[in-house]
Unconditional design. Structure first.
Length: 219
């Protein structure tokens, strides 16, 4: 079955949402079917999250677009992503970053290994505690967190360059998407209710306490 009509329809719906041509073009370049399990190939352009294993998901396309739009990645940006998943969002960020590099951290080695096979050359996939960031490659122009934290992890804020932007969901249960800007002061702007898997780690949630209640879907 050809996915082309559904792909075109999805891209048009993103434009109607007010997503910029630049973000839509990047999402047009990255084929979502390459980042979902083969058994879900026919659902690749449904605007919904899909399971990818290890209790994780690939986010709904509209959420990928909204987060990229808020992040406002510029060409040659140095970007950190926390929560690689299948690598789809990192690939979109890589196209937006142009000559820049996207460093992405995944807690599950199996997902990291699979993502490495798919992502563009300017995406570096690592495994570890994403709440600690990636200090050896800091500072970052942009940071995107694709899992919900209890609060802004201090290492991520420290690794964000002056004038930089961070987008992340905060909360457990009721979650809110925030744009954080680091200028003369730190500003935090809410951008609507969301539902993401939880960020586990030193500055995230406790896996022993919260692991059984992690939300499985990223809307």
């Amino acid at each position: 079955m050809s996915l082309e009509p559904e792909r075109i329809s999805l891209l048009q719906s993103l434009k109607r949402r007010g997503i910029s041509e630049r973000v839509v073009s990047a999402m047009n370049t990255v084929k979502r079917e390459d980042y979902v399990p083969h058994r879900l190939h026919d659902y690749a352009y449904h605007d919904e999250p899909l399971p990818i294993g290890n209790g994780q998901t690939i986010s709904a396309p509209h959420m990928v677009a909204i987060m990229c739009e808020l992040l406002s990645v510029e060409p040659s940006s140095n970007v950190l992503e926390v929560g690689t998943g299948s690598g789809y969002q990192a690939a979109v960020l890589a196209h937006l970053a142009g000559d820049g590099i996207v460093y992405t951290i995944e807690r599950f080695e199996r997902l990291a290994q699979e993502a490495r096979k798919r992502v563009p050359a300017n995406v570096i996939v690592n495994t570890g505690d994403g709440s600690l960031g990636f200090a050896e490659k800091a500072p970052f122009d942009r940071i995107l967190v694709t899992c919900s934290a209890p609060d802004i992890p201090p290492p991520l804020l420290a690794q964000l360059k002056a004038g930089g932007r961070m987008v992340l969901p905060l909360g457990r249960g009721l979650q809110e998407l925030y744009l954080v800007c680091k200028n003369h002061e730190i500003t935090k702007e809410a951008h609507g209710a969301v539902a993401f898997v939880l960020l586990f780690g030193k500055y995230g949630f406790s896996e022993s306490r919260d692991g059984g209640r992690a939300n499985r879907f990223c809307f």
